[in-house]
Design a protein around this ligand. Structure first.
Ligand code: NAP
Length: 251
C-alpha cells in the first residue's frame, strides 16, 4: 500500500517538536511545522529543506478551534492530506496548588488537552479517509505526579486517557494512537524551570542526570527516535501504549 506521507508536528519551532519535525522529514515525510508564530517555524523549515526534505511553516494556536480548522485545511491543500499527527505543543505554568491561579490551570489544560483534541479531530478525517494514520501524543513522567505541577501533571495524565480512547475508536480505520512520556529533556521548557527555581541550567541538568539510571538527561533526538517508531508503517499493531522515554523505568 502506498501511503500519503504528510506529517503535522505542533509546537515544532523549537525543542522536542523541532527535533521530531526534522526526524520525520529525514524519514521521508513532508512535514507541517506548526507553532503559534509562523515566522518562528521558518528556521526549522529551512533546516529540513537544506537536508533535502519538504516542509511548510504554519502558524496555528492549537487551542483555537477556527485556527485549527483553517490551518489543517491549508496543510492538506499545500502539503497533502495529513496521515501523521504529533501533538507536541505545550506550556508550563508551575506553582504550588495553594498559589496557582485559575488562569494558569486553564492555560495548561487549553494547550495540552483542548489543543490535542482539536488537532486530532481535524486531522482524523484525513486519516480515516486514507485508511491509515499515526497519532503520537506527548505526555510526560509528570503524569505520575510532580510537585508544583498540579495543572501540568493532570493534563499529561489526561493525554494518556485521551490516547487510549483514540486507539479504541480509530483502530478499525487503520489509525494507531500512542503516547510518549519523556523524562528530563534539555529544552527551553526545562531551562524555564531552572530559571524559576534560581539554579543555573548546567547545574540543574547535572543534578537531574544523577537521578537518571543511564546517567544523562535526554535530548529532542531521543524523543524523535521514539516518535519515528510509532509513525512507521511497521508499527501498525502497536496502539494505545504509553512509552516512557526517561533513561530508566517509570511506573
Ligand atoms: P518548548 O521548548 O517550550 O517548546 C514548546 C513549543 O510549543 C514552543 O515552540 C511553543 O511556542 C509551542 N506552543 C505553546 N503553546 C502553543 C499553542 N497554543 N499552539 C501551538 N504551539 C504552541 O517545550 P519542549 O520541552 O520541546 O516540550 C515539547 C512537549 O514535550 C510538550 O508537550 C512538553 O510538555 C513535553 N515534555 C517535555 C519535557 C522536557 O523535559 N522538556 C518532558 C516531558 C514532556 P511559543 O514559544 O510561542 O510559546
Amino acid at each position: 500500500m502506498s501511503i500519503q506521507k504528510t506529517a503535522i508536528v505542533t509546537g515544532a519551532a523549537r525543542g522536542i517538536g523541532a527535533g521530531v519535525a526534522q526526524r520525520l522529514a529525514a524519514d521521508g515525510f513532508a512535514v507541517a511545522v506548526v507553532d503559534l508564530d509562523e515566522a518562528a517555524c521558518k528556521p526549522v523549515v529551512e533546516a529540513i529543506e537544506a537536508a533535502g526534505g519538504r516542509a511548510l511553516a504554519v502558524g496555528i494556536d492549537v487551542a483555537d478551534e477556527q485556527a485549527v480548522q483553517a490551518g489543517v485545511a491549508r496543510i492538506a491543500a499545500e502539503l497533502g492530506a495529513p496521515t501523521v499527527l504529533v501533538n507536541n505543543a505545550g506550556i508550563i505554568r508551575d506553582n504550588l496548588l495553594f498559589k496557582m491561579s485559575a488562569d494558569d490551570w486553564d492555560a495548561v489544560m487549553n494547550v495540552h488537552l483542548r489543543g490535542a483534541f482539536l488537532m486530532t479531530r481535524a486531522v482524523q478525517a484525513h486519516m480515516t479517509k486514507a485508511g491509515w494514520g499515526r497519532i503520537v501524543n506527548l505526555s510526560s513522567t509528570s503524569a505520575l505526579g510532580n510537585r508544583g505541577q498540579v495543572n501540568y501533571s493532570a493534563a499529561k495524565a489526561g493525554v494518556q486517557g485521551f490516547t487510549k480512547t483514540l486507539a479504541l475508536e480509530l483502530g478499525r480505520f487503520g489509525v494507531t494512537a500512542n503516547a510518549i512520556a519523556p523524562g528530563f529533556i534539555a529544552t527551553e521548557m526545562t531551562e524555564e524551570t531552572a530559571r524559576r527555581i534560581g539554579v543555573p541550567f548546567e547545574d540543574f541538568k547535572a543534578g537531574a542526570a544523577k537521578q537518571i539510571p543511564v546517567g544523562r538527561t535526554g535530548t529532542p533526538d531521543d524523543i524523535a527516535h521514539a516518535v519515528a517508531f510509532f509513525a512507521s508503517e511497521g508499527a501498525g499493531f502497536v496502539s494505545g501504549q504509553v512509552l516512557y522515554v526517561a533513561g530508566g523505568p517509570k511506573d
